[in-house]
Design a protein around this ligand. Sequence first.
Ligand code: OOG
Ligand code: NI
Length: 494
Amino acid sequence: LVSHTFISSDDIRHNFSIAMSEMYQKEVPLYGDLIDLVSEVNTDVLNKQPDIRQPLVHTGELDRLGMERHGAIRLGTAAELSMMRRLFAVMGMYPVGYYDLAPAGVPVHSTAFRALETSSLNKSPFRAFTSLLRLDLIDDEALRQEAIAALDKRKIFTDDVISLIERFEEQGGLMAADAKQFVKEALETFRWHDKTSVSKALYQQLLSQHGLIADVVGFKGPHINHLTPRTLDIDAVQAGMRAKGIPPKAIIEGPPRRRCPILLRQTSFRALEEAVNFKNPKGGYETGHHTARFGEIEQRGVALTPKGRALYDQLLSQARRQLGATPNADNALEYYQILESAFAAFPDDYQMLHDEGLAYFYYQAVDSDTNNAQTLDSIDVENIDVENVNDPLSKQVVTDLLEQGAIRLEPIVYEDFLPVSAAGIFQSNLHDDSTNDNENDENSGKQSNDKGHTNKDAFEKALGAQVYDELALYQTLQAESLKACLHRLMQLTE
Ligand code: OOG
Ligand code: NI
């Protein structure tokens, strides 16, 4: 047995995430400034608001805060996507969730590769939002063929990384030297190349179809296009960016500011204009520029149940309908006001979110309660259906235990993404969102076609696997925490 000498996938992911962040800070120094700002804000929040610190300690998130980040890449072909799935599996990252962005006018569909277990996420929460270009949405047939030919010619993985992926799959793990080499080789796929293999003329044709098509087809590989640290106060970071001369996108995506944060709020700084050398068919290179890479910030809140998510989606689209335009710099204040009044209908109290079945929570035993032993005797913990805390009997027992202070609730943080927000992040970095345009969700233009309903199957076929259902994962975490917490309480009574 050699398995004990394998490096854990969590460690490989952690090392990769550090290497990626270092590379990106060198490539995009403004991202380094953003990290500094975020850690200042986080330190400030933790010092001034002890009620925010405590839950993060209870859920193990405090330790991961400084290393928390996600990144994003965009791929061109099914072969690239399925190899990327195998690459991320080496790092214990699996595809979770499906996001169809075509209805919002962005010609991609996506998943997020991430760790599944809480303990793994706490060791390294690194995630990769991964999009596959929808070449079928290029309506110019000749151009579509040129794009396919350009993608078929490129090789985005090094030979060595492919060998190491295969070795991982055969052995079930990688030993130290291989793991180290894997991180180095995998990083190459995400590197920025300022020399492209396409001509400037082709690039410009692709660009006129859609900025994303040019960003994918026009380059040698899927350069990491942003990294995203996690903040505890995104409004402070948004204001801080302005103060530090980091140009922010016009609005913060997602729910409004709340006492009890839900899901995910996101903002970013605008993509940089970078020099590029396009291959000249007559020899040499032709200079030009490309806009794709940026820095993002996220604030995460509690994961919502299907009922909570339905309410979120309903209130968000209600607010956007009422605004009647895509949120932008000119209507930002009005948008925030509308959003806030719409979300007055969403309870802003953890106990209520729990009781109404709107959000997912960990149940944790409160060991210090000396009354536990007596009160628990009268509670029928054995009869709880832990898979279904909403069953009336379980609900009553849990309610009793919460009331007695024998157990407490801690929010399960949302680890995933939001399609409307993601579309907003894409769009703000493809073009200037400081002026009004009409690319809102209802007006998605030609990219939204009637194939829209079976896109997930097509995506999974390209991926070579099914994506995990994120809601099922949160449901399991909640049920497992209840199980563990009841065992703990039973031990206390013995
Ligand atoms: C991905 C944009 C979406 C997020 O955090 O929602 C995203 C991209 O620009 O490739 O990263
Ligand atoms: Ni992102």
